[in-house]
Design a protein around this ligand. Structure first.
Ligand code: AMP
Length: 519
């Protein structure tokens, strides 16, 4: 299923694509259509399931140009307020007029009042601070048409129940409501009864929840492009500390060389190193002397470091159990983490086996492009500039500029500085980026056993894929080629490979260049 099938408008589809989402997650598939139809929704889902987009996409869809808070999102913590507002900002990147404001305790209230008075469309706030603004009269909720409670269970655990109730009584009865919570305790149920009329319940089957706090993604890459894909991932996620799992020590060493050459500080950990050497590397990693560790499975045993926020499976693990062990290196001590897995087309089936073992589906993502990375890095610099301005203490520098560069325009000076800080944009692009819409498959069944009509009928019966959906088909004695749309590939492989046609086992493989030329 694609996002196109969810009745989402063009600017938001464009944003979703820019965010690298390829297909909706289960909670998104269920919740988005309901919310777009105006239903109230209660979703039982944890972090990592894609719940933010599940309510964020419909909310951003529904906001009108009128400058009054129309969307209200209550979240338990300051971090979540910033994160959710950032995520919504990205969803609204092609509806630039939408103003989204995070408000939370600890931030200057005057600044928030100023921003609120300029007019906002969506407020993402912690209950205490939202209530504070309501009582001061600096925030009004009469225009709210869509209200979301995110991580409702955590808000209640943190003792915000009275604040939440006080806020909800000021939200118009007509407003649409969405409530997300990992658990549905009796207290939450009462809250739902009091404030959410006729809710539709959306529950993510328990198996989706096996690894809380870890977002798991996979990227389709070519073997030869893995090093560049890795540097892109690191530049894009900008993690504090990363562990990259590589299947052999030879590959670890090769990758280390490549990353050094590209200017990344990395160290390696593998079974050939002496115990004392290994301990030394781990100690330096723990002390954050470097932030990317390349490791083999054996060497990483017992690696227990709290700050690892990104795990990369540079190679698909040889054993399902290793996958679980590897990704468990992140999200320690209740933190959140991301696990990214590189998969070549040929390994898709292997990935499905791992998914079956861990009872969780990995979300496919598109590799970040150089533009995506530049955008993220630019935003980080702009944020830093803004907070430096807010901090003040610029007099000394203003003096230097007015003396030294008085005949230049101040915006030109700022642009020149930005150019110096950012450097020239990179150009190189990866072929994995230009994903072809179809994949050519090689089937070990040909004209000797079936004609084209029979083959198509069998494919349709086994996979549900109709002949109109398939591309070019070539049949020979003993084998055939079939072009399959990229989004049907997994279905095709899983349902057809090693199945029997009239007693004969048929193998399905991704066609190799060599095979293609045999046509
Ligand atoms: P959440 O559960 O909302 O905290 O989302 C967890 C992570 O998954 C975030 O980094 C999202 O950007 C990402 N995400 C959400 N939906 C999708 C999707 N459909 N495809 C890929 N990534 C997603």
């Amino acid at each position: 299923m694609t996002f196109h099938e969810l009745q989402i408008s063009e600017p938001i589809l464009k944003a979703i694509d820019a965010m690298g989402f390829v297909e909706p997650s289960p909670i998104q598939r269920e919740a988005i259509p309901l919310l777009l139809q105006g239903e109230n929704v209660v979703g039982q889902a944890q972090t990592g399931t894609g719940k933010t987009a599940a309510f964020g996409i419909p909310m951003v869809e529904k906001i009108t140009q009128q400058r009054a808070p129309q969307g209200l999102i209550l979240v338990p913590t300051r971090e979540l307020a910033i994160q959710v507002s950032g995520e919504l900002q990205k969803m609204a990147q092609y509806k630039k007029w939408i103003v989204i404001l995070p408000i939370y305790g600890g931030q200057s209230i005057e600044r928030q009042i100023r921003s609120l008075s300029r007019g906002v469309h969506i407020v993402v706030g912690t209950p205490g601070r939202v209530l504070d603004h309501l009582e001061r009269g600096t925030l009004h909720l009469d225009g709210v048409t869509f209200c979301t409670l995110d991580e409702a269970d955590v808000m209640l655990d943190m003792g915000f129940i009275d604040d939440v109730r006080a806020i909800l009584t000021r939200v118009p009865d007509t407003a649409q409501k969405a409530l997300f919570s990992a658990t549905l305790s009796p207290e939450i149920k009462t809250l739902i009864e009091d404030f959410v009329q006729n809710p539709r319940f959306v529950t993510i089957p328990h198996r989706e929840l096996t690894v809380p706090n870890i977002s798991q993604f996979y990227y389709e890459v070519r073997e030869t492009e893995k090093p560049q894909a890795l540097t892109r991932i690191i530049d894009y996620y900008n993690p504090h500390q990363t562990v990259v799992f590589v299947n052999t020590k030879v590959r670890v060493e090769e990758l280390k060389e490549k990353l050094h050459a590209a200017g990344y500080e990395v160290e390696a950990l593998h079974g050939d190193m002496k115990q004392t050497q290994r301990e030394f590397v781990m100690k330096r990693f723990r002390a954050q002397h470097f932030d990317i560790l390349l490791a083999t499975d054996v060497a990483a045993r017992g690696l227990d470091i709290e700050n690892i926020d990104l795990v990369v499976n540079y190679d698909l693990p040889q054993d399902e159990e290793y996958y679980v062990h590897r990704i468990g290196r992140t999200a320690r001590a209740g933190r959140e983490g991301t696990a990214v897995t590189f998969v070549t087309l040929r390994e898709i089936k292997r990935l499905k086996e791992i998914e079956r073992y861990i009872k969780t589906k990995l979300q496919r993502r598109r590799l970040p492009t150089l533009q995506d990375i530049e955008k993220i890095q630019t935003q980080a610099i702009l944020d830093e500039i803004a907070s430096t301005i807010e901090e003040g203490g610029l007099e000394r520098y203003l003096d230097i500029l007015t003396e030294g560069l008085s005949h230049y325009d101040s915006v030109d000076i700022a642009a020149a500085l930005l150019k110096m800080v950012m450097g020239e944009p990179e150009q190189e692009s990866l072929s994995s980026e230009e994903e072809s819409p179809t994949v050519r498959l090689f089937l070990t069944i040909g004209r000797e056993s079936v004609d084209i009509k029979g083959l198509l009928a069998w494919i349709s019966e086994m996979t549900g894929i109709r002949s109109q959906e398939l591309g070019r088909i070539t049949m020979r004695e003993g084998f055939s080629f079939v072009d399959v749309p990229r989004e049907k590939l997994e279905n095709f492989l899983v349902r057809l490979d090693r199945q029997k046609y009239k007693g004969k086992t048929v193998r399905v493989e991704i066609a190799r260049e060599k095979n293609k030329s045999r046509e």
